[in-house]
Design a protein around this ligand. Structure first.
Ligand code: MGD
Ligand code: MGD
Ligand code: MO
Length: 792
């Protein structure tokens, strides 16, 4: 069996893989005959082919935007091949979620010679990456002993569980279960804020009262115009977007993509690409609103009925004159009309393009402006997210089928599965995810202003840290070079436990490094993102190699050594937990008719019978009985709550304010280029970085416009040095017009590879990114950084 973990031991060769994948794009009917024979062209039940190969519909539990329908071919305990839903499988209700290039390459993630094989203990200095093999018994004793010692000395608030999104696509994970164990033994210091979309989630309730403002995508089928604003769904997938957007494209929907990069979404869907300088989105929005209002294209009846703060007549009490949207746009206070000519030098979008975009959006009824999360993973992300809600409101696109409330979110309060039972956490304090480095370095400096909630002060530094299925110690977190100084000081965090499948840059900082099994080696239920609406069974297909284990298994041993095994496991093994969660979810959703767990193992999935859902439909249809959950009960264009905060970075109206480290920052004289990152097709964040097939799909490079390249004497493929005060990264240049002048871009999630001088050779943007927090969410702004680029 271990043979499988050596390179290329089974299935098709690399070259064939690439060919097969491109063939699939061209001829979608290509798939394994065995799969065809056993799927009966209907539901995706498991089949057995003549050569004893089982074809099992399953999914990964990564955090990768979609939840694709993959078919694992299993023979003699080995996954020999991965295919996807055959196109002639008749299942009209089920959105087509064909496996993407990542899904097709799962075998090379699971069967990889570099997979971690044994539990290991650090022997060198922390971060050096020197480890020695130990037994599982030693490993769990080390954890239990450190937990006891550290808890006795510093209290439960010294215990921290870090970001670990790679297992968040499943209902059960070590990441969840370690929290359960810690809660049963005194608690831990939790963090809040989603680094994915926390800025949107914090800001948009100031407009609508709630964060979740997504509609189901089937409501867009008749929409004539979709503006994808920093939304790269061809790569990021987001639930069912590709299924619906392709249909809409075929039916003639017009797509406009607003993005500094000519993304794969721009190339595959867009009728028009509008590049703008990162972090200047609000200036474009302001100018669009100026055009809409000054040309009388706004939806006056809608605004009068449902919104406040549009003009001076509908302002809340206690606010001085000239604070309304119209007053701002017309320059009542600052004397500056927010015209397209005003916005052009800020955004670098031609005034006439802005004018046309505004007219197109306001004149097409309904139209959907859908913002991705890239624009809100900025310093100004809260303003950008709320800005689009203002545009949607003044054009009457909120609560309307075919419109979009803007500010992408989940659908209502929809819940799929219950997850494992979680006892309460006795620790009252919570930090923002952005506070963890400070909380490890000197917790007395973490204040409520920085994001501490539930307490005025922290009682302890972080002293023990669990990083299970994350690469957020020294790769995905901003400002790595600062972070590692704190991590390397062994007097700060005393014990770091990491579990992964690979020796990632973060795993190098572990004191104890544990090899987890892969999703193919465990039972789970895969859940779809945001607008998606189904569950897939992710069954244990194969045994774990070497001594790899599920996190839950070693957590059970730790629980035993802490004397709480019974309470922790309730006598369940992993599969029993999945069954338990499934049955609890069935009870929690009586109208859904979820099949029994036994039936799920035949059906493999459950599609929710959701009707088309339009966010805020009730509030618009019947505002008397369904007021918005804002203080005024209306859509708040102007937010008195924000006004009272008097924070210049999150004004009461979401309008353009030059971003810190944006193009108008004085720092731009030293570092004139804006660097952004994007989530590319060949990884889910940094997950699968080491996958050889996926490395072939896309090489880590710096996208730079020919104008900027020429100025710096950079030619195609030259090695370049990207730097700012925080760090240096070196990669080859991709000189391309797919990125606008003044902006450079690098795919997120490449592994950090520092040399002896700390210069990164992997193309990890987080040596350059900033840990400055956002005003309202106290959240991340991975995308806002100024750099200079030179030929290396
Ligand atoms: N293939 C793939 N899919 C993924 C992931 C992955 O790693 N790979 N990750 C998943 C995860 S965890 C998440 S949170 C989501 C994230 O989904 P998003 O956050 O939406 O994805 P990003 O690629 O970061 O950003 C989307 C687009 O915003 C653009 N952009 C950046 N800055 C600006 C700006 O200032 N203004 C405008 N208008 N556009 C800007 C980028 O060029 C990019 O094309 O994706 C999920 N899906
Ligand atoms: N510059 C920049 N940085 C970013 C972003 C950005 O847009 N730009 N995006 C941010 C966002 S939105 C997110 S969500 C975070 C994601 O950051 P992380 O949560 O750190 O996610 P990954 O980078 O995917 O790291 C997950 C790790 O889990 C491992 N893994 C996979 N499967 C398993 C498993 O079954 N068990 C265990 N134990 N390990 C497993 C993988 O090998 C990988 O090393 O990154 C953030 N960082
Ligand atoms: Mo994310």
């Amino acid at each position: 069996m271990t043979e499988q973990y050596k390179d290329e031991s089974s299935g098709i060769s690399r070259r064939h893989f690439v060919k097969a994948t491109s063939a699939l794009v061209a001829t979608p009917l290509f798939y394994h005959a065995a799969a065809r024979a056993c799927t009966h062209h209907t539901a995706p039940t498991e089949g057995v082919s003549p050569n004893n190969e089982r074809v099992v519909p399953t999914c990964s539990t990564f955090d990768c935007g979609g939840k694709c329908d993959i078919r694992a071919h299993v023979a003699d305990g080995v996954v020999t091949r991965i295919t996807t839903r055959p196109d002639d499988e008749l299942d009209l209700d089920m959105p087509i979620m064909r496996a993407c290039v990542r899904g097709r390459s799962y075998r090379k993630f699971v069967y990889h010679p570099d997979r971690l094989k044994y539990p290991m203990k650090r022997v060198g200095k922390r971060g050096e990456g020197k480890f020695e093999r130990i037994s599982w018994d030693e490993a769990t004793t080390l954890i239990a002993d450190n937990l006891k010692r550290i808890t006795a000395k510093y209290g439960p608030a010294s215990r921290y569980v870090h970001v670990g999104t790679a297992v968040s696509g499943g209902t059960f994970s070590g990441d969840a279960m370690v929290r359960r164990l810690l809660n049963l033994t005194g608690g831990y210091l939790p963090y809040y804020h989603s680094v994915s979309m926390g800025n949107t989630a914090a800001a948009t309730p100031y407009t609508y009262g709630v964060a979740a403002s997504g509609s189901s995508l089937d409501t867009l089928l008749d929409t004539k115009l979709v503006i994808l604003w920093g939304h790269n769904t061809t790569e990021t997938i987001f639930g069912h977007s590709n299924h619906y957007f392709q249909q809409m494209k075929n039916n003639g929907t017009r797509f406009i993509v607003v993005d500094p990069r000519y993304s794969d979404t721009a190339s595959s869907l867009a009728d028009q690409w509008i590049p703008l300088r990162p972090s200047t989105d609000n200036a474009l929005m302001d100018a669009m609103m100026y055009v809409i209002v000054s040309e009388n294209l706004h939806d006056k009846a809608f605004i009068d009925r449902y919104a406040i703060g549009f003009d001076e007549d509908t302002m809340p009490e206690g606010v001085p004159a000239n604070e309304s949207l119209v007053a701002y746009l017309m320059g009542a206070k600052d004397g500056i009309k927010k015209t397209p000519e005003w916005a052009e030098p800020i955004t670098h979008v031609p005034a006439q393009t802005i004018r046309q975009l505004a007219r197109d959006y306001a004149n097409t009824k309904p139209a959907a402006l859908i913002q991705g999360w890239g624009p809100q993973r900025h310093n100004c992300g809260e303003r950008t997210a709320r800005g689009s809600t203002l545009l949607a409101t003044i054009t009457g696109n909120v609560g309307v089928k075919g419109g979009w409330a803007a500010g992408y979110g989940g659908i209502g309060n929809r819940k799929f599965t219950t997850g494992p039972d979680m006892p309460d956490n006795p620790v009252p304090a919570k930090i923002s995810v952005m506070n963890w480095v400070q909380a490890a370095d000197d917790a007395s400096k973490v204040t409520p202003q920085d994001g501490l909630t539930g307490a005025e002060k922290l009682t302890s530094n972080i002293r023990i840290l669990f990083s299970l299925a994350g690469n957020y110690l020294a790769n995905q977190n901003p400002d790595i070079n600062h972070t590692i100084k704190v991590l390397e000081d062994e007097s700060k965090i005393e014990f770091i436990v990491a579990s992964d499948l690979y020796l990632t840059p973060s795993a190098r900082y572990a004191d104890l490094l544990l090899p987890e099994s892969s999703f193919m080696e465990r039972w789970n239920i895969g859940e779809t993102w945001g607008t998606g609406n189904y569950l897939l069974l992710s069954e244990k297909l194969i045994d774990s190699p070497f001594e790899a284990r599920s996190d839950y298994e070693w957590l059970r041993e730790v629980a035993a050594k802490l004397g709480v095994e019974k309470a922790f496991s309730q006598g369940r093994d992993e599969k029993a937990w999945i069954e338990h969660i499934w049955e609890a979810s069935r009870k929690a959703l009586p109208d859904e008719n979820l099949p029994s767990f036994a039936d799920l193992q035949i059906q493999r999935r459950h599609l929710f019978k959701s009707k088309p859902y339009v966010a805020f439909e009730d509030n618009i249809r019947d505002p008397q009985n369904h007021p918005f959950a804002t203080p005024s009960g209306k859509i708040e264009i102007f937010s008195k709550r924000l006004y009272d905060m008097q924070h210049p970075e999150i004004p009461a109206l979401s309008h353009y304010v030059p971003a810190h480290e944006g193009p108008e920052d004085v720092l731009a004289t030293k570092y004139p280029l804006q660097l952004i990152t994007w989530k590319g097709k060949n990884r889910a964040n940094s997950t699968q970085y080491a996958n050889p097939w996926l490395q072939e799909v896309q090489t880590q490079k710096l996208w730079i416009n020919p104008l900027d390249a020429e100025k710096r004497g950079i030619a195609q493929g030259d090695s370049v040095r990207i730097h700012n005060d925080r760090g240096i990264s070196m990669v080859p240049a991709e000189v391309t017009q797919r990125i606008m002048p003044g902006v450079v871009a690098m795919q997120a999630g490449a592994w950090w590879q520092p040399d002896a001088n700390g210069v990164d050779h992997g193309g990890c943007a987080n040596v350059l990114s900033s840990s400055r927090i956002t005003a309202l969410a106290k959240g991340n702004s991975h995308q806002t950084m100024l750099v200079e680029v030179a030929k290396a």
